[in-house]
Design a protein around this ligand. Structure first.
Ligand SMILES: Cc1ncc(COP(=O)(O)O)c(C=O)c1O
Length: 406
């Protein structure tokens, strides 16, 4: 079946973060910022959800659950969801996940916030790579724990790689207790190779660190790429937690259901102790997540092909229209990490610049990616190609207009 990823779907008046929440998130520090665009004119390439309709198989399952008409308190008491997720991991990653390790969370982020406080005592630090998904920093801030940052660097061929010397030194810091590892990496799009991950695993083991491997983007691989869960390379390491979810893969973030795989039994118990407050499951989310893992594969394959096409479009566009821009093709995710520092060397706040001058919402710089991000923008490409083309044209025009005025 051919899915219509070209369809433009109206999200207004759905209280979507993407359409209605951008001021709070992107311009928190500039509350009075005025944009010379109506909201509906903006091209939104920011928050990591997609402008594509959810797979019909998933919507049908949610509708079928609605047709049962009663939406009372819900948990997961049978095996169906666990079987579906475990089979997914087996099929896609040749990875066996023991059922008892699967804990549910309304999101990866709430789990990160909770786990950081559970794992690190006061004064014990969280280590991340920069640039980073900014909620990693917020998890440390929320728990009141110090943050250590190890920058990614560019290899001779231009790809982002860990600075292993720096990473080893930070892992050896006596305060360091928890490494939050992101694979595939947001925002660079790197899918860490096995040899890179083995070096990280070896450091974690040597220093007895806890590791949260955030693998939320792992299903969204460019065609031909493979993802190796860190858990496969550390099969017996008890201090490993892996985060995976149908939310990014199937555009279900609003349903709030993520898998947090916790090996250590004592930590699992402490994690579950918050279930009295947050433990119930939304029955529509459960129906959607089951259908996603059971039936979503063909849709995902088509989505991946479409995203590959959008990345080709971006890459060709940059080569032809903005040759000063620099980009390594993301190996996964629908996020492109593009260096525009040479196009706009005098512009400090690229997020505000593109919102004002191009009517394009995107995320840029150290404020949103913790550090090591000056001059970079992150573009969300998960949108119909015609919109993407418009967004890119507007970005180019704003850059050229600024260059000729200065
Ligand atoms: C690396 C990473 N982790 C977690 C999340 C969000 O997770 P959730 O919506 O499950 O809280 C995102 C969203 O962009 C992300 O990029």
């Amino acid at each position: 079946m051919h899915r219509d990823f070209d369809e433009i779907i109206d999200r207004r008046n759905t209280n979507a973060e993407n359409t209605d929440g951008f001021r709070d998130y992107l311009f928190r520090d500039r509350p009075g910022l005025k944009l010379p665009w109506r909201d509906e004119e903006l091209i939104r390439m920011w928050v990591a959800d997609m402008e594509f309709g959810v797979a019909p198989e998933i919507l049908d399952a949610i509708r079928a659950r609605l047709d049962r008409r009663i939406l009372g308190y819900t948990g997961i008491f049978d095996d169906r969801y666990y079987d579906a997720f475990r089979a997914w991991c087996r099929r896609h990653y040749d990875w066996e996940v023991p059922r008892e390790q699967i804990c549910l969370s309304p999101g990866v982020v709430p789990a990160l916030f909770l786990l950081t406080g559970l794992i690190c005592a006061p004064g014990e630090a969280v280590l991340i790579n920069t640039p980073a998904y900014c909620q990693f920093r917020r998890a440390a801030e929320y728990a009141g724990r110090p943050l250590l940052c190890s920058p990614l660097v560019r290899s001779a061929s231009g790809e982002f790689v860990p600075d292993f010397e720096d990473l080893a030194a930070k892992c050896a810091d006596p305060r360091c207790k928890l490494l939050i590892w992101c694979n595939p990496h947001n925002p660079t799009g790197r899918v860490w190779r096995e040899d890179e991950q083995r070096r990280v695993a070896e450091l974690a083991e040597r220093h007895g660190l806890w590791v949260i491997s955030d693998e939320i983007h792992c299903d969204l691989l460019r065609q031909g790429q493979t993802h190796t869960p860190l858990g496969k390379l550390m099969p017996d390491y008890p201090r490993l937690i892996t985060c995976m979810a149908p939310s990014k893969t199937f555009n279900l973030a609003g349903l709030g259901m993520s898998n947090i795989l916790i090996r250590d039994e004592a930590l699992r118990k402490r994690f579950h102790s918050r279930d009295g407050v947050f433990g119930s499951v939304n029955p529509l989310s459960l129906a959607g997540a089951e259908a996603a893992y059971e039936l979503g594969e063909p849709w995902l394959e088509e989505l991946r092909a479409y995203l590959d096409g959008n990345f080709r479009l971006l890459s060709d566009f940059l080569a032809e229209e903005l040759p000063e821009a620099e980009m390594q093709l993301a190996e996964a995710t629908y996020l492109a990490w593009v260096r525009l520092g040479d196009c706009l060397p005098d512009v400090e706040d690229l997020t505000a610049f593109f919102a004002q001058k191009a009517g394009v919402l995107l995320e840029a710089g150290d404020g949103l990616f913790v550090g090591n991000s000056a001059g970079y923008v992150r573009l969300n490409l998960a949108m119909p190609r015609s919109l993407l083309q418009q967004g890119l044209n507007r970005i180019r025009d704003a850059i050229r207009a600024h260059q000729s005025a200065n």
